[in-house]
Design a protein. Structure first.
Length: 570
């Protein structure tokens, strides 16, 4: 037996387990604790209180949060009347974390403040850091990133001589910086933390840092690196039997699969995460986040009812917890589900609410993607607020450029290009589409390049169909000119016609070729040498009936990669 004060004596076995927990040797602590029974300490309240406190700690580390709460409350009921401020504070700290992981932020915050006050009375620096870190995590869950940073800054100030604590804090700051869009500093923090934890063989912290790095790489659309980080994290998680971290892995891996377009794998991973999350902590952020991501997967599969079900459940839970980021994202996916049901009024209402909520959270990435969704919804309902739609697209584009997300800049350009073309602004539309296609090609996003080209092809087909329809008063030009210009075309000279066509289409040059005229077969808006004229005429005649139809107009919106067109000139 060991004497810890003039009055109270503790069993050496309890003290050994307590020290193992303090050193974060969790496996060894659990192995020693499982050999101890309540009856061994039932005669002494102070020993019973410590035993309950240690059991609560073990239950929390095993992911048994409700059990940790029950044991912890029993423990502080005893320790509150004893002069053991550090042990009392540590038990409060375990209770606060258990409440946090169960989604009860109000009680979590109250207990964390109580724990912090007790640690301060005991002048326990390490405990104060833990209390501040927990308060930061609660603020983070509420999407109050600035308050979270304030708590962590205070904690860092206390951790100058505690390198392990400092490494943990840097990892947490890095996670916040990911959501704030400060990705360079986020990676610096996370890699510094990971390096420390690797050098000290602290595997649980390594797994947590690797999960955060995987999430960061997903944000950057560095999908190969994201996959590597998540796989490395999974090895540690499975080796340590970490329940909560495994759910987070499944959540991130599901999101990664969705980003890669592997929708069925994404659904399988997220279904597992959702089931495990509900089993471990049914009212926690684990369930709200995986539920919302599952709704996005169901939406991608056109399972609208399932998407709506998961989206609504995620929203209800996010509101209950006070998780503002998930409130915004859940409303966004619900808006998209309403749109697929053609319920555009509700779709736009939820979309606007999602945008308002996203603006209240300092996460630029999610805000920009929500801006795109709302713009698409306004287009779907044929909104006449053209300027508003353009503003939404332009704001999203600016945010993505600031984040240096080339993929999403290109995606925004594509949507702007489609919108502009459909509204008759072909010059701006072609410019945006061309820029989008170029970036997608540089990123090796083959499916996206194909989508741009398919739209251009469909646009050309529609234009050709319109040009030969009875609705086109001046068949060749269609709706590219207004009524007064139509009259000018009907009465004007050929050079005036070329001028109108050039200015209204935004073309660099216009050439008219009449294969039936041998003397002067070509009229152009620019000077052509005799050699150029002959080459163009000869090459173009070879294209007739093949590349260029002789029965209806042929429209090419992008001739850069067409070898036949490129060969028209020397």
């Amino acid at each position: 037996m060991a004497v810890t004060s003039q009055k109270f004596v503790f069993d050496n076995r309890l003290l050994a387990v307590e020290e193992l927990f303090r050193q974060r040797q969790l496996d060894a602590a659990r192995q020693e604790l499982v050999q101890l029974e309540s009856e061994d300490f039932s005669g002494d309240d102070h020993q019973q209180g410590l035993w309950l406190s240690l059991k609560a700690d073990a239950a929390f580390e095993d992911g048994q949060y409700q059990t940790a709460l029950d044991l912890g409350h029993s423990g502080i009921g005893i320790l509150a009347g004893l002069p053991f401020h550090q042990r009392y504070a540590r038990t409060l700290f375990v209770i606060a974390k258990a409440y946090l992981y169960l989604g009860d932020l109000k009680n979590a915050e109250t207990r964390a403040h109580d724990a912090l006050a007790s640690y301060r009375r005991a002048k326990e620096v390490s405990g104060q850091i833990d209390g501040l870190n927990t308060l930061a995590r609660i603020a983070f869950t509420r999407s109050d990133f600035q308050t979270a940073c304030d708590y962590l800054d205070e904690a860092v100030g206390l951790a100058a001589d505690l390198p392990r604590k400092e490494a943990q804090l840097r990892g947490n700051v890095g996670r916040i910086r990911i959501l704030q869009g400060d990705w360079t500093r986020a990676e610096e923090d996370l890699r510094a933390a990971l390096k420390y934890h690797e050098s000290h063989d602290e595997k649980t912290s390594q797994a947590i840092n690797l999960l955060s790095l995987g999430f960061l790489h997903m944000r950057r659309r560095e999908l190969v690196f994201a996959d590597r980080c998540l796989c490395s994290a999974l090895e540690l998680i499975d080796d340590l039997g970490l329940k909560r971290e495994r759910i987070i892995y499944l959540e991130y891996a599901g999101e990664l699969a969705l980003e890669k377009g592997d929708i069925y794998r994404a659904k399988a991973l997220l279904n597992e995460a959702y089931t495990e999350g509900r089993r471990l902590a049914p009212d926690s952020t684990l369930v709200s986040q995986t539920g919302r991501r599952l709704a996005e997967v169901e939406l991608a599969l056109d399972n609208v009812d399932e998407a709506m079900k998961y989206g609504q459940k995620a929203l209800e839970l996010a509101v209950k917890i006070g998780e503002q980021t998930e409130v915004a994202l859940s409303k966004r996916v619900i808006a998209q589900a309403f749109a697929l049901r053609s319920d555009f009024a509700d779709a736009l209402e939820y979309g606007q609410q999602a945008l308002e909520a996203a603006r209240g959270v300092s996460d630029p990435h999610d805000l920009a993607r929500t801006l795109l969704v709302v713009a698409d919804l306004m287009i779907a309902i044929n909104s006449e607020e053209m300027d508003r739609i353009r503003q939404l697209f332009d704001e999203a584009g600016r945010i993505f450029k600031k984040l240096q997300l080339d993929y999403w800049v290109a995606e925004t350009d594509y949507r702007i290009g489609v919108f502009a073309c459909q509204r008759g602004d072909l010059a701006r539309g072609f410019k945006k589409l061309s820029r989008s296609e170029k970036v997608f090609a540089g990123l090796a996003e083959t499916a996206k390049v194909r989508r741009v080209n398919q739209f251009l092809t469909s646009l050309a087909d529609e234009a050709v169909a319109l040009s030969i329809s009875e609705d086109n008063e001046f068949r060749l030009v269609g709706k590219l000119v207004n009524q007064s210009e139509v009259e000018d075309l009907k009465t004007g000279q050929i050079d005036e016609i070329l001028h109108v066509l050039t200015s209204r289409t935004g073309a660099d040059r216009v050439i008219i070729l009449s294969p039936d005229f041998n003397s002067e077969p070509i009229i152009a808006t620019f000077e052509m040498s005799d050699h150029q004229t002959r080459r163009f005429s000869d090459n173009f005649r070879q294209m007739l009936g093949e590349e260029v139809s002789t029965l209806k107009p042929t429209l090419r919106l992008d001739c850069r990669r067409d070898p036949y067109i490129n060969d028209l000139f020397p």
